[in-house]
Ligand binder design. Structure first.
Ligand SMILES: [Zn+2]
Length: 599
């Protein structure tokens, strides 16, 4: 990160701000970039001619329509170099329509490298060509399903003009970069409004709508390198749900998996059901011990009944969460196999009450396939939350996403957005050995150079966003209640640390290496300053105000019998019936019925 003058995005708009202009400012804000809006209109914006206002700008964003208006008003001559005569080095021109004025404009500004603007009817895929290179990092070569929009347009390029294609929709370039007058010029041809920080994004839509916001991120990161929030920690982990720790569980042969892991240099976490804490034999504990922490454990429910963290009072859920941790501790004491204090919810189901209970019980994080709780109306979180490494709006306990291998390309989007790549599967994935597992790991390693595979206990408390602030200091946002950080610099530096805490009543003291530090609690964020010596490391704890005490998970006998029966049937299904499809369907129906009745 280099020290430069205050970074500033100038967004020029014509008359009232459009939804896209508003949302572009919002996205810049999420990345930590300050925006100044300059309005041009018939009344005249300003006493100053427009280029003069750009003196302070690091980058300029202007829609094709606003550019045409600026020309009509005679504020600039229409030569791009005129517009960029100030400090602005990076320019984003966006919002093109398939009309004569925009076609003339783009041909003129690109020296005819763009021949025309064409409609793209019914394009159901977006793709990031290899041409995008470091600008898109792990997304390079990926393609995604998308919703076609009625106004989809793209650029018709002249061959051999050195235009970099960053994003295509239905094989037509819609986001390109070229050099003009010594400055990088980005052109983004979308016509419909882009989403903003508060736009609700449904579970599957982040991927389907990525062509609507990734270009904004690419431009801003390129223009404001070091000043945009970025996560320097690139980690991945494969998580396998449910197995008992045995030589073989269902289709998993652990010794074969360990050989495969060692060969690939990757890591696997077994999401272990705490109910099974007494069932790891000493012999099998000895088999697993040498592979710590490349193979490690995390917490998978408590009894693994249907919806067990999706309903119930905070008292009940805190009791269950504490029981889960206690069982994992007992398991560690018996077997020397410790567990991450990270929860994977059975069937992915959880409530906001459960998140609060887990936070108070001392969990570090949640890793889950779904990120919307069962007690929240709708099925969406905001784009602002999606652009963070973890969703933090539930009692400040971070929820990190995980995905099935069928969604592997979406993991590339996670890595691009600064989130860890978590793959989830069950024993059936290993039906034909470790081939599918190995292909998945190799693919992730190929798209993200320098990817590491630490245990969740190590990886998640290191996740953070950092950026250079306007004053030249360094700001760090972290997410887990315990956070490990090392000053990467060879010089002492002052840092401002912050953690989202939407419920300040939960937060007690904040400590660094065990010593309390003074902190501000404003607008759902806990913030403190700390100076670190060269390469000095620190351990931060954001403690909860009242730990639950004296709560015990003591369900009735009938419930315990059902849990035992359900586990026995699930294991019979995984270990024996999975090989016989007819019997498998029958067993699934029975365990399903037990799930429904264990509520
Ligand atoms: Zn499970």
């Amino acid at each position: 990160m280099s020290r430069t003058m205050s970074p500033l995005l100038v967004l020029v708009h014509h008359e009232e701000k459009s939804e896209t202009e508003q949302n572009l400012c919002g996205i810049a804000g999420i990345l930590g970039i300050e925006t100044v809006l300059v309005r041009v209109g018939p009344l005249g914006v300003t006493a100053d001619p427009l280029p003069h206002q750009l003196q302070a700008a690091t980058a300029l964003a202007i829609s094709a329509s606003a550019f045409c208006a600026v020309e009509t008003l005679g504020l600039i001559s229409g030569d791009l170099s005129e517009l960029t005569r100030g400090a602005a080095k990076n320019i984003l021109l966006y919002g093109f329509q398939s009309n004569r004025a925009h076609a003339d404009l783009v041909a003129r500004l690109t020296g005819a490298a763009v021949r025309a603007i064409t409609a793209i009817p019914n394009a159901t895929r977006s793709s990031f060509p290899r041409d995008g290179g470091p600008l898109v990092g792990p997304l390079s070569g990926c393609d995604f399903e998308r919703e076609p929009a009625p106004l989809d347009v793209g650029f018709e390029l002249e061959a051999g003009t050195g235009v970099q294609r960053i994003l295509e929709v239905g094989h037509t370039p819609v986001f390109i970069r070229l050099e003009r007058a010594g400055n990088p010029l980005f052109l983004w041809a979308h016509a419909d409004p882009i989403p903003g920080p508060e736009t609700p994004i449904a579970e599957a839509d982040l991927v389907r709508r990525c062509d609507r916001f990734v270009p904004a991120l690419v431009f801003l990161r390129s223009a404001f390198d070091g000043h945009c929030w970025e996560n320097p920690i690139k980690t991945a982990r494969v998580i396998i749900d449910d197995p008992l720790l045995k030589r073989r569980y269902g289709f998993i042969r652990y010794e074969e998996l360990f050989r495969s892991m060692r060969r690939l240099g990757c890591g696997v976490t077994t999401a272990f059901i705490p109910w099974n804490w007494q069932r790891t034999t000493r012999r099998y504990a000895r088999l697993f011990a040498p592979f710590l922490p490349d193979h490690s454990l995390c917490v998978h429910g408590c009894d693994h009944t249907g919806n067990e963290f999706g309903e119930g009072s905070e008292y009940q859920l805190a009791a269950k969460a504490l029981a889960a941790l206690e069982r994992m501790d007992n398991h560690r004491d018996r077997t020397a196999l410790g567990s991450s204090r990270v929860m994977v919810f059975p069937q992915g189901k959880f409530s906001t009450v459960a998140m609060r209970a887990l936070r108070r019980a001392g969990f570090l994080a949640v890793v889950n396939t779904t990120r919307v709780p069962v007690d929240c109306p709708g099925d969406a979180v905001t784009l602002a939350q999606e652009l963070q490494p973890a969703v933090t709006c539930y009692s400040g306990l971070p929820l990190f996403k995980r995905r099935y291998p069928a969604d592997l390309q979406a993991c590339a989007l996670d890595l691009f957005l600064g989130r860890p790549a978590h793959i989830v599967e069950h024993h059936g994935w290993f039906r034909h050995g470790c081939g599918d597992f190995e292909r998945c790991v190799e693919w992730l390693k190929a798209v993200q150079p320098g990817l590491s595979w630490p245990s969740l206990e190590v990886a998640l408390p290191r996740q953070h966003l950092r950026r250079m602030s306007t004053g030249g200091g360094i700001e760090i946002q972290f997410f887990t209640p315990q956070f490990s950080f090392e000053n990467p610099l060879d010089q002492a530096a002052s840092y401002v640390f912050s953690k989202p805490e939407p419920d300040p009543s939960l937060v007690g003291s904040v400590t660094v290496d065990g010593n309390p530090v003074a902190c501000d609690r404003v607008d759902g964020v806990v913030r403190f300053c700390f100076r670190l010596q060269p390469r000095q490391s620190m351990a931060v704890a954001v403690n909860v105000a009242n730990c639950p005490e004296g709560v015990r998970w003591s369900p009735p006998f009938k419930y315990r019998v059902r849990v035992g029966l359900r586990r026995a049937l699930s294991e019979m299904r995984d270990n024996h019936l999975a090989r016989h499809p007819g019997a498998f369907r029958a067993a699934k129906a029975i365990t399903g019925a037990l799930r429904a009745r264990s509520r």
